[in-house]
Design a protein around this ligand. Structure first.
Ligand code: ATP
Ligand code: MG
Ligand code: MG
Length: 350
């Protein structure tokens, strides 16, 4: 068997490793932490900083193909991986900077919320004047789970919000009055073949995903075709290889892209039990050039609940519940807001 390198050792890397092992691959995890969740289930682990070129070069020599489970990586140190890196650095560079990302999405013909790049408080005030309120400020880089974001509900809140995000380069984005949120998860192969799962409807609380449910409701279903076309154009324009996630708001006038993730995604965890081929297996298939697996549902639908912080205490009742598929990430301390695991329940075939 050959070796797959995974940069980032969190829960996504862990679930990728499990899927890769099932297909006969060996995984090598690259992560700066002492004992990342993915290292527990993989054959090899390099502990080094993400921008440690010498360590990355040794890692590159050990693996046949490499991927990443995390987009906040410096791009330049990865250049040594060359064609082994799938998806490539273009997907990474676009997805890790919200201004570059939005500009790229618009060039792909996808709709995004009206936005401005801001670098000073004066820019924020100008954005508020031009776009109106509510506005959300999001740092261009390093945000996840709603971190690095602050809302502006009236013009006099601009300064507080600007300070709250650390006066970092940011985007100011109009608040979208959406009916629902959903995601399109697409896997693309080097030769342009692709596979798309049913879209889940996603519910967030305090910027963190709580639940993903398939099938989606009628309102979302009415705009899925348009959303899928946009996701396909984005994957194509990136030359993306592997799984790509596009998060959408279901707006009154159709799909509005929130953001993209160049990787498997929390809103696709239901595919582990709920689809013939999981997003993790499909990503491995796509980066290794294996044939696409079916994305069909195996039942009438699925509901995934995240286990966040103290939710982990519910583990005894969850493992006792018939049909509840429990996943624990092995992350150690259950801090508030931290994703510790998830549980998926399938519904019967309709
Ligand atoms: P993650 O990468 O973990 O999905 P993130 O930190 O990149 O999260 P976003 O996806 O930008 O954050 O925002 C998190 C949530 O905040 C969204 O899913 C949505 O519920 C809400 N939100 C973000 N931007 C807007 C907006 N412009 N209008 C309305 N709601 C928004
Ligand atoms: Mg994000
Ligand atoms: Mg998001």
């Amino acid at each position: 068997g050959s070796t797959i390198g995974i940069i980032g050792g969190g829960q996504l890397g862990r679930m990728l490793s499990v899927a890769a092992a099932q297909l006969g691959y060996r995984c090598h995890i690259f992560d700066p932490h002492e004992r990342p969740p993915a290292a527990d289930v993989s054959a090899a682990f390099t502990r080094a900083a993400f921008d440690d070129r010498a360590a990355l070069d040794r890692f590159a020599a050990d693996v046949d193909v490499a991927t990443y489970e995390f987009e906040n990586l410096a791009v330049a140190p990865l250049e040594g991986l060359g064609d082994k890196l799938r998806p490539g650095t273009k997907s990474l560079a676009v997805a890790q900077d919200r201004a570059t990302e939005k500009d790229f999405l618009e060039r792909c013909g996808a709709r995004v919320a009206p936005w401005r790049a801001v670098a000073t408080l004066a820019d924020v005030d100008a954005a508020v004047a031009e776009l109106g309120v509510p506005i959300v400020l999001k740092t261009r880089r390093y945000g996840y789970d709603g971190k690095g974001q602050a809302w502006i509900h009236s013009p006099d809140e601009a300064r507080t919000a600007w300070q709250a995000i650390g006066e970092e380069p940011a985007v100011a984005e109009a608040g979208v009055a959406f009916d629902a949120e959903y995601s399109v998860i697409i896997a693309r192969w080097a030769d342009g073949r692709h596979a798309i799962w049913d879209s889940s409807e996603n519910v967030h609380r305090e910027g963190v995903l709580r639940t993903s449910t398939v099938p989606c409701g009628a309102f979302v279903a009415g705009q899925i075709d348009e959303a899928r076309s946009a996701a396909q154009r984005i994957a194509e324009a990136l030359g993306h290889i592997g799984v790509l996630t596009v998060e959408f708001f279901a707006g009154a006038d159709g799909p509005v892209v929130n953001e993209i993730a160049p990787r498997v995604h929390n809103s696709g965890h239901w595919t582990i039990e709920g689809a013939v081929t999981s997003q993790f297996e499909q990503h491995i298939r796509a980066i290794c050039g294996l044939p696409p697996g079916s994305t069909d549902l195996v039942s009438g639908g699925a509901a995934m609940d995240n286990l966040i912080g103290d939710d982990l205490d519910r583990w005894p009742e969850l493992v006792a519940e018939p049909g509840a598929h429990v996943h624990i990430y092995g992350k150690g301390e259950a801090r508030p807001g931290r994703k510790m695991g998830h549980v998926t329940r399938l519904s019967r075939r309709a």
